[in-house]
Design a protein around this ligand. Structure first.
Ligand code: KIV
Ligand code: ZN
Length: 537
């Protein structure tokens, strides 16, 4: 059996199903590029049948990331996968979306637990076996890389799974993914389920990859995935930061670092460049607006911080007393590496390239201007500052509105008042003054008056990126679109009330707050326009 575990990243599909995690197609493409650079083997780019804009986003990723122009630096071309229910319509759409990739895959699924078959599908066992086999064969007639998942396998009868999976192999599936859809199983059970499938499914061979897909409802997703891998699975379906439906999916960084740190236990490898993990975690958090909890394994802000005196004393004597991984192995130590006020363009270019951001001349000019503004105010720019600056400058969706000026008066001596100047879609400048309960409220009211797009602010988070009172402040917000239309079909109404996130960074926290809000509003505009455009063609 191979000693290589394929990493199947589903941040863009299962991850994007987290409430509020909607990303624009520009962000999805940027994330897919970074996932390829991280070294994932398969990118599940979306669920093309979910909506025309999902299909377009998957197609874009398949054509660009799954088919890089020859000569372009890309470590390895990943497989690009599209999800499909086991129906011809879904499979056609998935194929339509992924066929431009050099290595396309169709991933189709059908539920096999009694509760799902009876309550959701209203099908009996024979019908499920028949439909699974028929649809795998249909997918295989289009694409020679087909993955089949018996949804809710964790609560399915193992003997029935052996039959369905055997038929899926016969029909041409090359990967059998075993989902614990509702995060119900215990590690021993899940390990035994995988071992049972390998031992009892007819047609199993080294050509067939068994995959694990575990959810975190009981906090056991990583433990279950590792138990499945220990039992013989050689693909893990994961998301960055563990984002996903409900309590989320198995997190990529946990599985990869467990295999690496405890290599003697598993003797298994992955193709992940672990030094990029921290950067990807931050990127996903920015794009989705979902913050990472401070105590999150591997990527949380406290994961490598030592507070207790005894721990600090131990760390000073030897890092190994309280650290089982080296922070630099996940790309965390760079906070020490600072560039200063006097650093030049070349130093900035080299540092950004080390961080994985290869900029062209125009982009470097933009970044250098921002860098100079920052170091004029803050003297030094750490790794974290540079990441925030790059995200703020380049990872914003194409702007509809940009902040052109902001002045705020606040404090105890008068009404908080904000005067905001925004550049609009056609370059026209709008100025508006508003009063509010505080400076952020006043600023957001002024922005709303100019933008005039119904929305509700549902979350506002602010934190300092580095230590010290001169630190960059980073703001993330989440807003919910209000449709404001009287008659709308259900799908359109759903898409209008989606949650959009935005982020902004600046040494002035009111400016960072304004940028974050404008970023979220831009996303709302862009995603609604993308939906409208794709639907009208
Ligand atoms: O959790 C699940 O069952 C899934 C399938 C579509 C693989 O995400
Ligand atoms: Zn899932």
């Amino acid at each position: 059996m191979s000693n290589y575990v394929k990493i199947f990243d589903t941040t863009l599909r299962d991850g994007e199903q987290s409430p509020g995690a909607s990303m624009t197609s520009t962000e999805k493409l940027e994330l897919a590029r970074n996932l390829a650079r991280l070294g994932v083997d398969i990118i599940e780019a979306g669920f093309p049948a979910a909506s025309p804009d999902d299909l377009e986003a998957v197609r874009l990723i398949a054509n660009e990331v799954g088919n890089p122009p020859s000569g372009e630096e890309q470590t390895q071309v990943p497989v690009i996968c599209g999800l499909a229910r086991a129906t011809r319509g879904d499979i056609d759409k998935a194929w339509e979306a992924v066929k431009g990739a050099q290595k396309p895959r169709i991933h189709t699924f059908l539920a096999t637990s009694e509760i799902h078959m009876k309550q959701k599908l209203r099908m009996d066992r024979e019908q499920v076996v028949e439909q699974a086999a028929e649809m795998v064969a249909y997918a295989r007639s289009l694409c020679d890389n087909v993955e089949f998942s018996p949804e809710d396998a964790g609560r399915s009868d193992p003997n029935f799974l052996y039959i369905v999976l055997g038929e899926a192999i016969k029909a041409g599936a090359t990967t059998l993914n075993i989902p614990d859809t509702v995060g119900y199983t215990m590690p021993e059970e899940f390990g035994a389920l995988i071992a049972g499938i390998i031992a009892n499914t007819s047609g199993m061979s080294d050509e067939i990859t068994i995959s694990v897909h575990t959810h975190d409802d009981l906090g056991l997703a990583t433990a279950n995935a590792l138990a499945g891998i220990h039992a013989g699975a050689r693909q893990a379906e994961v998301t960055i930061n563990g984002i996903g439906e409900r309590a989320g999916n198995t997190s990529l960084e946990e599985v990869v670092m467990a295999l690496k740190t405890r290599f003697p236990v598993y003797a298994l490898e992955t193709g992940i460049d672990t030094t990029q993990i921290s950067r990807l975690s931050k990127l996903v958090s920015k794009f989705t607006g979902i913050p990472v909890q401070p105590n999150k394994a591997i990527v949380g802000a406290n994961a490598f911080t030592h507070e207790a005196g005894i721990h600090q004393d131990g760390m000073l004597k030897s890092n190994q007393t309280y650290e089982i991984m080296r922070p630099e192995d996940v790309g965390v130590n760079q906070t020490q590496l600072v560039l200063g006020k006097h650093s030049g363009r070349h130093a900035l270019r080299v540092r950004l390239a080390e961080m994985g951001h290869v900029l062209d001349e125009v982009e470097l000019d933009q970044a250098f201007t921002r860098f100079k503004e920052l170091t004029d105010r803050k003297k030094v720019a750490t790794y974290a500052d540079l990441e925030a600056l790059i995200a703020d400058e380049f990872y914003q969706p194409l702007s509809v509105y940009t902040l052109d000026g902001l002045q705020v008066t606040c404090g105890t001596m008068g009404m908080p008042t904000a005067t905001v100047r925004l550049k609009g879609p056609d370059g026209e400048v709008h100025t508006q003054a508003s009063i509010g309960t505080g400076p952020v409220d006043a600023t957001y009211k002024a922005i709303n008056t100019i933008v005039n797009k119904g929305n509700t602010l549902i979350e506002f988070n602010i934190h300092a990126i580095t230590e010290g009172i001169d630190a960059l402040g980073e703001v993330t917000v989440r807003i919910q679109g209000n449709n404001g239309h009287q008659s709308m079909d259900a799908q359109k109404e759903l898409s209008y009330s989606r949650i959009y996130s935005g982020h902004g960074a600046d040494t002035d926290i009111i400016v960072a707050s304004a940028k974050a809000y404008i970023n979220a509003l831009n996303k709302l505009f862009i995603l609604q326009t993308e939906m409208e455009t794709v639907r009208s063609v």
